[in-house]
Design a protein around this ligand. Sequence first.
Ligand SMILES: Nc1nc2c(c(=O)[nH]1)N[C@@H](CN(C=O)c1ccc(C(=O)N[C@@H](CCC(=O)O)C(=O)O)cc1)CN2
Length: 282
Amino acid sequence: MSHAYILTLSCPDRPGIVHAVSGFLFERGGNIEEAAQYNDHDTGLFFMRVRFACGQLTPDDLKLQLKAFAEPFRMDWRLHAGDQPMRTVICVSREGHCLNDLLFRWKSGLLALDIRAIVSNHRDFYQLAASYNVPFHHVAVTAATKPQAEAKLLEVIEAEGAELVVLARYMQILSDDLCRKLAGRAINIHHSFLPSFKGAKPYYQAHDRGVKLIGATAHYVTAALDEGPIIEQDVARVDHGYTVEDLTAAGRDTESVVLARAVKWHSEHRVLLNGHKTVIFR
Ligand SMILES: Nc1nc2c(c(=O)[nH]1)N[C@@H](CN(C=O)c1ccc(C(=O)N[C@@H](CCC(=O)O)C(=O)O)cc1)CN2
């Protein structure tokens, strides 16, 4: 029986890596369906993503043989199932446009996700969750209860076996400890074109600055607020006549599209971490 896989890797660059990887797969009956690679000349690192089918080996045997193959290249590699929807938990506060957009795209078959739960520190979207038959967990957060609230959030993430956590306008700062636990698998949508206007209320900051473009940034969540590796960004034109409310309204579509792109690429294992940056094989 043929299995679909996605292999992602990074390693010190040297001639012959693509040849070696394609030869390794060919010798095991692998059929490459998509491949991409990138050399970072600043760091001397090589990145590759290969989607392939293989029926000769069991997944466990393939992983064992990959481990031996990767060793001499000092590869940091991951082998993913190529046809499994990604188990996902979405967090939201009071702005629901990104959540609504992700749910609709998911139900329309545009996102290879298995949305297991929605967690919110408000009750605004329990009916929206119910309309998609997604369990909704209200986890209130106050300064005094923040540790307990985070423990509950982590409990839901672990109980659902979530591979991905999406902060879809979730307006709570995650602790350093939770950021470590979710490293590389929590995506936030920040409602500005980072690095401009980090932190809370970026549209107020943008209005005060008199910007002519607003933007949105999807990034991995790290302990350094809104400084995680950027996955996707986009902008929209505004002018002097826009109030803060106008900027906020104009930004919603950009935020939703940027987050959806980032979630799609992450769920397809197209995003590789490159230090504090990303490599994206779109
Ligand atoms: N550890 C991290 N946590 C979060 C990140 C991050 O990058 N690292 N991104 C934010 C999202 N965000 C802007 O996009 C943001 C959210 C919340 C705040 C903030 O000051 N929150 C206050 C409480 C606000 C409230 O109760 O309404 C706080 O947590 O004390 C700033 C930026 C998501 N989390």
